[in-house]
Design a protein around this ligand. Structure first.
Ligand code: MN
Ligand code: MN
Length: 465
């Protein structure tokens, strides 16, 4: 090999050098990455809603020795517990050898994803077909949700206090549901709409049946037949929809993408692709110096408000409860804590490169993405992580040999977004976003690279241990 020139050597020393991390991955490591991602695919399939993902996470954590938080228990270093907030947000805690006022290591990811919620009064019949009226949840391109198989997940909460779970469309042989779209032959007027209005919110109606109730006369017999089926299956009447949370999600199963199987396609990568690494990392932490907390939260996709979102006081109370138990100050605990807000970033898509600024775009297979700030229009609506804290994180990553990169969410003034980072920062915690680059974010079927999932998991483990 020719000797390197002075300029080449100096460039190596002085310039940023990022390369495709997958280039250096040998077969045994690739096998480990794939094994990890099989677990992730199962987690995705088991938890398509925040309630289901919370349950799936708790099941994994309980196997690793976590038990429900009990206020009367005298927790000591190394103990593992979880705090379940209404079955939608869960904090997993491993008590540190140092008391919590020395600071916790917090990872935070969200387990809600964009989807199609049923309206409180959804069921109707039109032209002898039965349908559900919906109100979409989170930022979606509405046209993407038509003409694909959908599954119905959620709960009916009845007046007697009982809660009935619903999950139709996932098992082999289950019926599925669909939002119909207009045929191209008759779409001349629809084509004139903007893409955003191509399918409107009130056009996201879900087809659920067509068979009339037999041997009777009257109107709405298709709706009646559907209601009779629901009554038989779940013991509900139409009134019970008023206190239900029913969510339509794509009925696709997670699968490998690509001839080389290097990618995963699935519904709900945002943000279970960060939740799963955070969860797996905390289940492997043993007797850490600092208390480790992994919080999997609801409501991020609609702004984090509400009592299961991270703009609530839930995280603060988790820290406060432990601090009080240990007889230390919880505000000091928060101020001394560090957090990785684990959320996805937009990966550079070769078909839509223009929306990115090349030097500050994240790429698939380049590892975990540090996103110093999100927001939009001049960094509004974000917590811009401090230089000092980013230095701490990149030093940790380099010392552990973890592949990482940085990214902004697209070009300046083109759009933007937010994460839970700012709500945690507002508690006084040092926080930066770090996660996995995604293609087709918020689509019914999103894509990530396995390598990036694994490097994000390694990051979480290094951060907590
Ligand atoms: Mn997200
Ligand atoms: Mn999102």
């Amino acid at each position: 090999m020719a000797e390197k020139s002075k300029a080449e050597l100096l460039k190596e020393k002085l310039f940023i050098n990022r390369e495709n991390g997958l280039k250096k991955v040998e077969d045994p490591v690739w096998q480990k990455i794939n094994d990890f991602c099989e677990g992730y695919k199962k987690f995705l399939a088991d938890g398509k809603t925040e309630r289901e993902a919370a349950l799936a996470a708790i099941a994994i954590a309980e196997k690793a020795g976590f038990t429900p938080w009990c206020p009367d228990k005298a927790y000591k270093a190394g103990d593992k517990y979880y705090v379940n907030n209404r079955g939608k947000t869960v904090a997993f805690v491993v008590v540190g050898r140092e008391k919590v006022d020395k600071g916790a290591r917090i990872t935070a990811a969200h387990i809600d994803s964009p989807r199609i919620d049923l309206k409180p009064n959804p069921l109707y019949e039109d032209t002898e077909l039965a349908l559900f009226k919906t109100h979409y949840y989170g930022g979606i391109k509405k046209y993407q949700w038509t003409a694909i198989p959908l599954a119905l997940h959620g709960v009916f909460a009845k007046k007697d206090g009982s809660v009935v779970k619903v999950n139709i469309g996932e098992d082999e042989g289950d019926p599925k549901f669909v939002i119909t779209d207009l045929l191209p032959h008759l779409a001349q007027e629809q084509y004139k709409r903007t893409l955003n209005e191509g399918v409107k919110g009130e056009e996201l109606n879900i087809l659920i049946g067509s068979r009339p109730f037999k041997d009777d006369k009257g109107s709405e017999l298709v709706k009646l037949n559907i209601m009779a089926i629901l009554n038989e299956k779940y013991g509900v009447t139409e009134e019970d929809f008023l206190s239900a949370e029913l969510e339509c999600v794509p009925a696709f199963k997670p699968c490998d993408i690509g001839l080389d199987r290097s990618l995963i396609g699935a519904y709900g990568h945002d943000d279970r692709v960060c939740a799963y690494p955070a969860l797996m990392a905390i289940t492997e932490v043993e007797n850490p110096e600092r208390t480790a907390v992994a919080i999997l939260t609801d409501k991020e996709e609609i702004g984090s408000d509400g009592n299961t979102g991270l703009n609530s006081d839930f995280l603060k109370y988790v820290i406060r409860d432990l601090a009080e138990l240990q007889g230390v100050d919880y505000t000091q605990a928060l101020r001394a804590s560090k957090c990785l807000s684990a959320d996805v970033n937009a990966g550079l898509d070769p078909t839509f490169k223009d929306v990115m600024e090349a030097k500050n775009a994240s790429k698939l297979n380049y590892g975990a993405v540090i996103t110093k700030y999100t927001g939009s229009r001049g960094k509004a609506g974000t917590s811009d992580a401090s230089a000092e804290y980013v230095a701490y994180v990149r030093n940790m990553l380099d010392a552990a040999g973890i592949a990482w990169q940085t990214g902004e969410l697209g070009r300046v003034d083109l759009g933007g977004g937010g994460t839970v980072a700012m709500y945690i920062a507002n508690l006084g915690v040092d926080v930066v976003d770090l996660g996995v680059p995604v293609l087709s974010m918020h689509a019914p079927f999103e894509v990530v690279a396995k390598f990036d999932v694994y490097e994000t998991y390694r990051t979480m483990l290094e951060f907590c241990k």
